[in-house]
Design a protein around this ligand. Structure first.
Ligand code: FAD
Length: 468
């Protein structure tokens, strides 16, 4: 019999439960990617760039394994029905997606195919734990990370991932589309920085994991906060597109630690905890599906945001606010499609607190420009910083980009790299270029668009009004 395997954001062959099950249970498999024009969660520009290259890599991996990826475009159910008819497939396999729109689309798809007499098998390839499985003693979803993690952590064993299966037989169909026909790449090529920084696909993910496991993990707890260092794994886009799984990462790091004795690798635990935040984000999105566009905490519906200010937002987007750490982060994002986590918190705090622009403006920009743009993680991150989310940063926490720069980029290496016009300034001026009017004139670097102290006070006032 023939099984159709629908690849989505599980773009790997090893530790891919849907792919493994289809290969084990059928004589022929037909691996397919359908770019749905009615896409439930439309991807941003950087994600589309990534997807293009990840599909090419997956096709290469499939060809090495004796198959190839059949690419199509169109309405999902229509294309599936046509492929099933032509291939004689009796079953469809996929790995689950967890965005609210994708869940309802997949539910409809499943029932329509089952009515057609087709077996549909869905699996979990993306998470340690299905988002609905962990609950409080009262059967409620968790809203605070620490107790959630306390419940989940003991369940996580370093389980061996599934090996890439042997492909039984490949059911070839003519007239798949060439990759270019999906039109994922930008019309004007702005992606040079992305190309220089990333290798989409499971081999690229594997390579980053090796580099991380060889070195950075040993100093993760400290160095993860230093944006100038390669102190984190940079696996986020690979995790988003399912080119690597939490299980593969966990198993590999644990194997290298030699035993499950965490004392031998004290930095493993804080790293696993970050993967725990990713699980928590999916748990929240599942239980509170309105949060990508609405405040988790409805009290914030009354919050006095400043009027939308397109000019201010654009200065923030382009890294021209005059606050060096904010500008460095925004330029890193624009150039590489990624930004260091600590800097993400700082630029988000600046937008939502110092400029008092609605967090949705920031979330949308991140969605469009991040290669790791992820509805669950992005929603959690923005709502957390803005103070309106689950387990949010307390309202009086306004990151001070100057103090943060002095603490986490003390020698200014990160600033120097991303603000080349200030490159030759001494460290003290890199942190506070506004102290030297001649430097601003010479370099063309802008004066601060707001006074940090004053705008902080205004934000605190707005939050205090809410608290009353
Ligand atoms: P590592 O430190 O190596 O962590 C390993 C993995 O754990 C990451 O790849 C990621 O999958 C997960 N992780 C780490 N931190 C978090 C976190 N705070 N929340 C959820 N998962 C986490 N992450 C995204 O993947 N996509 C987003 O769209 C996104 N938007 C964000 C927006 C804001 C405002 C903030 C503050 C954070 C956002 N994050 C997002 C979380 C975090 O910044 C990135 O996951 C992290 O910087 C990725 O780098 P890394 O892979 O080197 O992380």
């Amino acid at each position: 019999s023939t099984a159709l395997v629908l690849f989505r954001r599980d773009l790997r062959l090893a530790d891919n439960p849907a792919w493994s099950a289809a290969c084990a249970e059928h004589a022929h498999v037909l691996p397919v990617f359908i770019h749905a024009d009615d896409e439930a969660c439309p991807a941003g520009s950087a994600s589309r760039w990534w997807l293009h290259h990840a599909l090419r890599a997956l096709d290469r991996d499939l060809r090495d394994a004796g198959a190839a990826l059949h690419l199509r475009r169109g309405e999902l159910l229509d294309v599936l029905r046509e492929l099933i008819r032509r291939s004689g497939a009796v079953a469809v396999y996929w790995n689950r997606l967890y965005e609210p729109a994708a869940i309802s689309r997949d539910t409809q798809l499943k029932s329509a195919l089952r009515q057609d007499g087709i077996a549909v098998h869905s699996h979990n390839a993306a998470l340690w734990c299905e988002p609905w499985r962990i609950a409080t003693g009262q059967g409620q979803p968790y809203k605070v990370f620490t107790p959630y993690w306390r419940k989940l952590r003991p369940e996580l064993q370093a389980v061996a991932p599934l090996p890439a299966p042997r492909v039984p037989g490949w059911r070839e169909l003519p007239d798949g589309l060439p990759l270019e026909a999906l039109e994922l790449l930008p019309r004007i090529d702005w992606a040079g920085g992305l190309r220089a920084h990333w290798q989409p696909g499971q081999a690229g993910a594997r390579e980053l994991l090796e580099i991380f496991a060889d070195d950075a993990i040993n100093d993760y707890a400290r160095a993860r906060d230093l944006p100038a260092r390669h102190g984190t794994s940079r696996l986020s886009p690979h995790l988003h597109f399912g080119e690597i799984s939490p299980r593969q990462i966990h198993f590999e790091l644990d194997r290298r630690a030699g035993a499950i004795d965490t004392r031998r690798r004290p930095d493993l635990e804080p790293f696993l905890r970050e993967l725990g935040w990713r699980e928590f984000a999916h748990h929240l999105l599942f239980h509170f599906p309105y949060t990508p566009t609405e405040n988790f905490n409805p009290r914030f519906n009354e919050f006095a945001w400043a009027a939308d200010d397109e000019v201010a937002i654009e200065r923030w987007q382009r890294g021209r606010t005059g606050i060096p750490l904010v500008d460095a982060g925004m330029r890193e994002l624009w150039h590489t499609g990624w930004m260091h986590n600590r800097v993400r918190m700082i630029v988000a705090s600046f937008l939502t607190k110092n400029l008092r622009q609605h967090w949705l403006h920031g979330a949308r920009w991140f969605h469009d420009t991040l290669v790791d743009a992820d509805l669950a993680n992005n929603t959690l991150g923005w709502q957390w910083v803005a103070g309106c989310g689950a387990d949010a940063a307390p309202y009086f926490r306004v990151f001070n980009p100057l103090t943060q720069a002095k603490k986490f980029d003390p020698d200014g290496a990160y600033l120097r790299h991303w603000l080349p016009e200030l490159g030759d300034a001494p460290v003290a001026l890199l942190h506070e270029p506004w102290k030297d009017a001649a430097l601003l004139r010479r370099s063309g670097y802008p004066a601060p668009m707001v006074d940090l102290g004053q705008s902080r006070q205004q934000a605190l006032g707005a939050y205090a009004a809410l608290a009353r």
